[in-house]
Design a protein around this ligand. Structure first.
Ligand SMILES: [Zn+2]
Length: 153
């Protein structure tokens, strides 16, 4: 699991950015490999290093070859070094699902917002769709609207 993960919704699609953070003078292929494991669930993957010197040329070309972005954390400033040029990875939907579950992140089945499990009023609510009756998670806001609509009817 990555050290830092950012998740947001872009047009109904879950976009995950994963950052592996190190403080090492030598970045070997095993660290690049470890970083690349995050491609299982992330669209973009970065390796950040807090070491006083930036990445060397070999790490640059390795990272570029595998589509891994590099971030050099220099005191309090971050330098994307070099910028990530490679396009988005398509994560494995099953592994992305496992990652979200492990981190207690649910997606509201109505408005598609991403919330932590404890930020949803009811974790799973039975509601009816045209063709099926299934248990699906919904967020607090939708739950409120749902209840208001239901009570009105
Ligand atoms: Zn919702």
């Amino acid at each position: 699991m990555a050290d830092v993960v950012g998740i947001k919704l872009i047009k109904d699609e879950i976009d995950v950015i994963a950052v592996e953070v190190k403080d090492k003078e030598k970045i070997g292929p095993q660290i690049i490999n470890q970083t690349m494991k995050n491609f299982d669930f992330a669209n973009k993957v970065y390796l950040a290093n807090t070491y006083k010197r930036s990445f060397n040329k070999r790490v640059w070309s390795d990272a570029e070859l595998h589509g891994v972005g590099l971030i050099w954390i220099k005191s309090k400033a971050c330098v994307e070094d070099p910028p990530l040029l490679i396009g988005k990875n398509k994560p494995n939907p099953i592994l992305l699902d496992i990652f979200l579950k492990k981190n207690n992140i649910i997606q509201c089945s109505i408005c598609k917002v991403l919330v932590r499990k404890w930020d949803s009023e009811i974790l799973s609510r039975k509601f009816f769709t045209q063709d099926s009756q299934i248990q699906r998670p919904i967020c607090r806001e939708c739950n409120k609207i749902f209840n208001e609509q239901y009570l009105k009817a």
